[in-house]
Design a protein around this ligand. Structure first.
Ligand code: SAM
Length: 276
């Protein structure tokens, strides 16, 4: 007979769980992202950024953290999908003070649209969790980068993250145990001829239930060197890569440093920083 699944009173199950809350706990670290943004921007401009645009913002978690970070900070989130925007309005905005909430705007629309550009000029624009990989043609990606550049003010900086290394080109699943659930990252299909990459996020619970394909992404895998070229074509004068420093045991320290090159790594997460 099959072993009964664990049943713990109050334990998380697929029915009780909220996929946006689980997503945040699994893949978002706005504090880490914004520390890097502050550090890089201040080094270049001698002051901290005040006006931020979070592209592909989903629930606008990072934008909301930015307005909480310092009095006077202003953030604009942009996303096409009304569903995560509504979730953010219901779950994230109520945690802000009324004054903080006034400094956060979420636009429903395309990141390449006029409204997103006109909401500027911005000190920083962010495109995180590889969301820009949705743009699969070089001309389309370049058009997006040009729009970002046009939305930046003097000294403005564009931050995008990138997943590099041989592991990205492998069809595989990675399971990570979190508090009360397991986060499953599924690199489901990679086509080496087109660069097309399908990834999905699922969540599993102690009672055996799961939320399969809570999020599915149809992307193109862009390499760092391709991105440098497209950013240069879009007019950015410099593109730098920031990589997490490691301790003697090879564990990440949470601190990031600029790198000109890196040793071969199966999974290298970088922030690309474009300006000029
Ligand atoms: C991977 S989620 C990113 C969520 C969050 N910003 C993060 O860092 O984890 C990608 C988001 O991009 C949005 N999106 C896709 N194409 C878009 C476009 N052209 N303009 C605006 N948002 C878009 C989707 O609706 C989705 O919410």
């Amino acid at each position: 007979m099959a072993k009964p699944k664990a049943r713990v009173a109050g334990a998380l199950t697929a029915r009780r769980a909220d996929r946006h809350a689980l997503y945040q706990m699994s893949v978002q670290e706005p504090g880490v992202d914004l520390d890097v943004v502050d550090m890089v921007y201040k080094r270049a401009n001698g002051r901290l950024p005040v006006r931020l645009r979070e592209d592909f913002c989903g629930t606008a978690l990072t934008a909301s953290c930015f307005v909480r970070r310092r009095a006077g900070n202003i953030a604009v989130g942009v996303d096409l999908d009304p569903e995560p925007i509504a979730w953010g309005r219901a779950h994230i905005v109520p945690a802000l003070t009324p004054e903080q909430a006034k400094r956060l705007t979420v636009l429903r629309g395309d990141v390449r649209g006029e409204r997103a550009r006109k909401a500027g000029p911005f000190d920083v624009v962010l495109a995180f969790n590889f969301s820009y990989w949705i743009f699969r043609q070089r001309s389309v990606l370049r058009g997006y980068f040009e729009q970002v550049r046009a939305a930046l003010g003097k000294g403005g900086v564009f931050f995008l993250d990138c997943m590099a290394g041989s592991d990205v080109m492998v069809e595989q699943q990675e399971r990570t145990r979190k508090k009360g659930f397991v986060y499953v990252w599924d690199q489901r299909r990679y086509d080496p001829l087109t660069g097309s990459l399908t990834c999905a996020i699922s969540f599993e619970f102690a009672d055996g239930s799961r939320i399969k394909d809570a999020f599915v992404y149809q992307w193109r895998l862009w390499t760092v060197s391709e991105l440098r070229d497209v950013l240069a074509d879009a007019g950015f004068a410099t593109v730098e890569a920031y990589v997490e420093k490691e301790d003697k045991k090879g564990n990440g320290t949470g601190e990031y440093a600029k790198r000109e090159s890196a040793p071969a790594d199966r999974c290298l997460l970088t922030y690309l920083v474009a300006r000029g």
